[in-house]
Design a protein around this ligand. Structure first.
Ligand SMILES: Cc1cc2nc3c(=O)[nH]c(=O)nc-3n(C[C@H](O)[C@H](O)[C@H](O)COP(=O)(O)OP(=O)(O)OC[C@H]3O[C@@H](n4cnc5c(N)ncnc54)[C@H](O)[C@@H]3O)c2cc1C
Length: 313
């Protein structure tokens, strides 16, 4: 039985794993991939100690740093499916993987982050990667001289408009309500460009095409009418959802399925399970913050394992 299973190979999971190795904890890190969400970013300028680095390079460095530690066990390319209590043990969990493996452990750190929120409309799944995309930083160059739609009202959507301005011919920004949620400075800035058309109160209902996206339908809620846009790309920028389903109701979560933790120790409501980074109710989503959360969690797990008593609340 392991002392600790760390779920996730993003900044939260990797920072915890490096500390776990240095604390000589018998652990295994289970992850689908390394580096986390920003590994697709073309440039990261706020990773402390590094002026500028691509997301891909940062992910590689994180993995190298982890593998350079002693006694590191990694289960890569695997997804955790379910977590179950081992009956009769005060601290004992069975972690089921999608590949059929089961791993037993005394404690768990959930650092499984988030994934992009989907629109859940007809055609979205069918045209994913064929015009429907979720990362403007990664995919904006593919839409050079094309007409595109961006869906969302927050900074991610406004940032996507900025990214697309370097490439696209025409950009429609579809906002479901009558409110912009992103920074007003950014909004005022993009509004100045004649290639940007802002469609407020506009909710996407369908994405269509033959082999690739050719257009979308949306409800103009102001006029109560269904309208169509001829476009080649749809950038879905409506936030993220936490990867917390595999825990079921073992831990308390908020209405968005984010895990509720004590931010001093990263403890969840369930003894023996900690959580760190974007999978929690953390309001600010950043690499440095997730890394710090992972370390806080690990130090608290170490304290619990060594002292067999809870840390200070
Ligand atoms: C395009 C983009 C650009 C960004 N740019 C920046 C930036 O410039 N600076 C900055 O500070 N932040 C940036 N961010 C935010 C930053 O990436 C996140 O805050 C950070 O990655 C969160 O780290 P995390 O470890 O909590 O989770 P994640 O990075 O989401 O990592 C979660 C890990 O868990 C794994 N995983 C998920 N589910 C399972 C499962 N069931 N079983 C096993 N493994 C699983 C995933 O494969 C992944 O390795 C950006 C985000 C995006 C999307």
């Amino acid at each position: 039985m392991y002392d600790l299973v760390i779920i996730g190979g993003g900044p939260a999971g990797i920072s915890a794993a490096i500390y776990a190795s240095r604390k000589k904890i018998k652990f295994i890190l289970i992850t689908e991939s390394f580096g986390g969400q920003s590994s697709v970013a073309s440039e990261i300028q706020n990773w402390i100690g590094t002026k500028s680095i691509s997301g891909f390079e940062l992910a590689k460095k994180m993995e190298e740093h982890l593998r350079a530690q002693e006694d590191v066990e990694i289960e890569e390319g695997s997804l955790v499916d379910k977590v179950e209590k081992i009956e009769g043990l005060a601290l004992g969990w069975k972690v089921h993987l999608q590949n059929g493996k089961d791993i037993e452990t005394k404690t768990i750190l959930v650092a499984s982050g988030g994934r992009r929120r989907r629109l859940d409309v007809a055609g979205e799944k069918e045209f994913e990667g064929k015009g429907v995309v979720y990362c403007s930083t990664c995919d904006a160059p593919l839409f050079s001289k094309k007409d595109v739609a961006i869906v969302g009202a927050g900074n991610a959507a406004l940032g996507a408009v900025k990214d697309l301005l370097s490439y696209a011919n025409k950009i429609y920004l579809l906002i479901r309500s009558d409110k912009i949620k992103g920074d007003s400075i950014l909004f005022e800035d993009i509004k100045k460009d004649k290639r940007v058309e802002i469609l407020m109160m506009s909710e996407v209902s369908e994405i269509f095409g033959e082999e690739f996206v050719e257009g979308l339908k949306y409800t103009d809620k102001g006029e109560n009418q269904t309208k169509e846009l001829k476009i080649s790309g749809v950038f879905v920028e409506i936030g993220s959802v936490p990867n917390s389903e595999f825990l079921g109701d073992l831990v308390d979560k908020n209405k968005y399925n984010e895990i509720i933790v004590d931010f001093g120790t990263q403890k969840t409501s369930c003894a023996g399970i900690w959580a760190a980074g974007d999978v929690t109710t953390l309001p600010y989503r950043q690499n440095n913050i997730s890394a710090g959360d992972g370390i806080k969690a690990l130090l608290d797990i170490n304290f619990s394992l060594k002292n067999k008593t809870p840390s200070r609340p």
